[in-house]
Each structure stands twice: as structure tokens, then as C-alpha cells.
Design a protein around this ligand. Structure first.
Ligand SMILES: Cc1cc2nc3c(=O)[nH]c(=O)nc-3n(C[C@H](O)[C@H](O)[C@H](O)COP(=O)(O)O)c2cc1C
Length: 350
């Protein structure tokens, strides 16, 4: 199926696997690429050297196009951009809006720039700065998320910008792909669905928690880091939500002490990181500590399999996903279903 997304990025199918921290590593990204979709490597949870090694590992596993996701506000964003350019990565995906200069630098080097946005005005801004496409995530989506549902936000963004729009938040099948195309999108991007594949390196115990979840087990909470964050409702989330300020601080300090050992961060560095993530919000001290630890909380589950200790970011679709196909099977299934739906849609009377 050819769309503006496949034309722009050189992939076969209009499907994107998003850059999920600790989840979207070389194995998942190369399996996605080999299945004919666009895999995006998550770099925010990697050091610069790890990113270079990961890009080379993807290269060694596939000759298809892929992307790298990075934080535009990272202190070393320029170094990461250099790697993308030097290693010939096809797509740069941004979690927060990149600056006009960064977009120009990447485009001059022939890299396709696709920022992620959660609101129409952000889409208009990055389109005005020269982004090649935008990925718009509705409130159903996993991880940090907004309030507006994909079915409302997507057509609003499509109407507002003249560049291709990729729809994210709540997609898992061929019907969803057709619905997104009907709204004017150039394709779909999925996080949770790709996390739940046999190619994803997430530990089996964690995948099992996702598969067992119903739609009601997926919640949005600000208790972890002060920002609306969609995840599985676990004992950790419940205890953070129930704790008063003093107990929450005591819990956060205890957890932070554990994560500090894992991350190697000093206490001042952790508080600095936490404060940087406040984004002007009024966070309690426990939230400041947890904000600094958010990547570590995600790592505890996604890498170490600690369902008791970790955050399990999840879209609402976790409640309807029940299997672990390979990326090849998943992409093939979605495209076959989309073709079938397109054939059987009612036609207007001629
Ligand atoms: C486990 C997990 C980790 C995520 N980590 C990131 C991240 O590091 N950066 C980012 O921009 N988005 C992150 N997201 C959001 C996804 O990239 C994507 O936008 C979202 O999952 C789309 O919604 P869906 O889950 O309904 O497909 C994450 C999502 C999940 C489920």
C-alpha cells in the first residue's frame, strides 16, 4: 500500500513501530524493518556510545530503512544528530518539538524529520519549521499522553497542516489502519502492539501482565512524575496514588536509593534531573525524585522483569491484545485485514 508515509520513508507498509524507552532496541527495530514497516530505535534511554552501537547493530540485521527517536531537549542532542547523519539513518523522530535549526541540519543531510505531537498547535509549529511529517498521539496512547482522543485529534491535525500525518494512540489492527487513512492520515504508529510481539525483548512475566489486562486496568496517573502518564494500574501506582505527601516522600526516597544504585546517578544529579522534568509544574519532592527515576522505573519492568517495582507504560489497547505474534506476522495480518476491510466497505450508490 502506497501512502505519503511509504513514499517519504521508503518502507513498504504505512506502519510505524514507535521509539519506546528500553523496549525499542535493535532486535525489535530490525524485525519491524524486515517486516516492511518503519522501526524506530529509542535513544533517550541510551548513552551516545550505546546509540552508535545500536544503530550499527540494526544495520547488521537489516538493509531496510529505520529511524531513531531522541529528545530535542537532551544536552547531547547535537551529538546524537551527528550519529544519525554520519550513520545514514533515514528518519529522525522527536519526543518533544525540535528547534528550527536542528530540523534544518537534519534535512540538509537528507534525513526525514518526524516530530511527535499531542496537540494541533504543536503540529502547526513544527510544520512551519519544516518538519517532513508529524506523528500525532491521542489520549489512548501509552506513556506520557494528552487528554484528547485520537478520533478527535487526528482529523483536527490533518486539517491544520499540509504535511503527512501519522496517527498514534489506540491502534492494533487493520480496521484501525483503514480508519486512520479515512481520517486523512498517511499511516499508523503503534507502541503497545509492538511491545507485545515475540520479537520484543520485554521479559515474559511483563508481557503476561499486559496480556492479562482488561481495558479498565489501563489508567492515566500523574502520581509517578507529575505528568499524565498512561500505564497498567499496578500495586505501585495504587500505593503512590493513595499515599499522603509524607509517606509518598518516604517511599520515593526508598525507591530512589535503589534506583540510584542501578543508574549510577548521584543524589544532586537525580534532584537536578527531576527538577528539569518539572516542566513548570508544581511537583511535590517525592514527584521530583520519581520524575528523575521515571526511566529507571520503566527499566525495572522492561529490562529486569520487576512487575512489582516497575512502571509498565501501556496504551488502552493493552486491554484488547491477546497474543504475541512476530513482527512479520503482525504487519502481514494488519495489511491483509486492511485490504479485506477496504474491499467490503459499503460503497455509495452510483
Ligand atoms: C512501554 C512504553 C514506553 C514508551 N516510551 C516512550 C519514549 O521513551 N519516548 C516517547 O516519545 N514515547 C514513548 N512511548 C509512547 C509511544 O512511543 C507511542 O507514542 C504510544 O505507545 C502510542 O500509543 P499505543 O500504545 O496505543 O500504540 C512509550 C510507550 C510505551 C507503551
Amino acid at each position: 500500500m502506497r501512502t505519503a508515509l511509504t513514499e517519504l520513508t521508503g518502507v513498504r507498509h504505512p506502519i510505524v513501530q514507535t521509539g519506546m524507552g528500553w523496549v525499542a532496541g535493535p532486535r525489535l527495530v530490525s524485525a519491524t524493518a524486515n517486516a516492511g514497516a518503519l522501526g524506530i530505535l529509542a535513544s533517550a534511554t541510551m548513552t551516545v556510545d550505546e546509540l552508535r552501537a545500536a544503530v550499527r547493530e540494526v544495520r547488521s540485521r537489516t538493509d531496510r530503512p529505520f529511524g531513531v527517536n531522541l529528545r530535542a531537549d537532551a544536552g547531547d542532542a547535537r551529538e546524537r544528530v551527528r550519529i544519525i547523519v554520519d550513520e545514514g539513518v533515514r528518519v529522525a523522530s522527536f519526543a518533544l518539538a525540535p528547534s528550527r535549526d536542528l530540523i534544518a541540519e537534519l534535512k540538509d543531510a537528507g534525513v526525514v524529520v518526524i516530530p511527535s505531537v499531542g496537540a494541533r498547535r504543536h503540529a502547526e509549529k513544527v510544520a512551519g519549521w519544516g518538519a517532513d511529517a508529524v506523528l500525532v498521539q491521542g489520549g489512548e496512547g501509552g506513556g506520557h499522553t494528552g487528554e484528547v482522543a485520537t478520533s478527535v485529534l487526528l482529523p483536527q491535525v490533518v486539517d491544520a497542516v499540509g504535511i503527512p500525518v501519522i496517527a498514534a494512540g489506540g491502534f492494533h489492527d487493520g480496521r484501525g489502519l483503514v480508519a486512520a487513512l479515512a481520517h486523512g492520515a498517511a499511516g499508523i504508529a503503534m507502541g503497545t502492539r509492538f511491545l507485545l510481539t515475540s520479537d520484543s525483548t520485554v521479559p515474559d512475566a511483563v508481557k503476561a501482565r499486559y496480556l492479562a489486562a482488561t481495558v479498565k486496568d489501563v489508567t492515566v496517573t500523574t502520581a509517578v512524575d507529575g505528568l499524565p502518564h498512561r500505564m497498567l494500574r499496578t500495586e505501585l501506582v495504587a500505593s503512590l496514588e493513595d499515599a499522603g505527601r509524607v509517606r509518598a516522600l518516604a517511599q520515593a526516597v526508598r525507591r530512589a536509593a535503589g534506583f540510584r544504585r542501578l543508574s549510577g546517578l548521584s543524589w544532586p544529579a537525580m534532584v537536578r534531573d527531576g527538577l528539569a522534568m518539572r516542566h513548570g509544574k508544581d511537583l511535590s519532592w517525592s514527584q521530583v525524585l520519581l520524575a528523575a527515576n521515571t526511566p529507571m522505573l520503566l527499566r525495572a519492568s522492561m529490562v529486569e522483569g520487576r512487575t512489582d517495582l516497575g512502571v509498565m507504560a501501556a496504551g488502552q489497547v493493552a486491554g484488547v491484545i491477546e497474543d504475541l505474534p512476530s513482527c512479520e506476522e503482525l504487519v502481514g495480518r494488519i495489511m491483509a485485514e486492511a485490504a479485506q476491510v477496504l474491499r467490503t466497505l459499503p460503497r455509495p450508490e452510483s
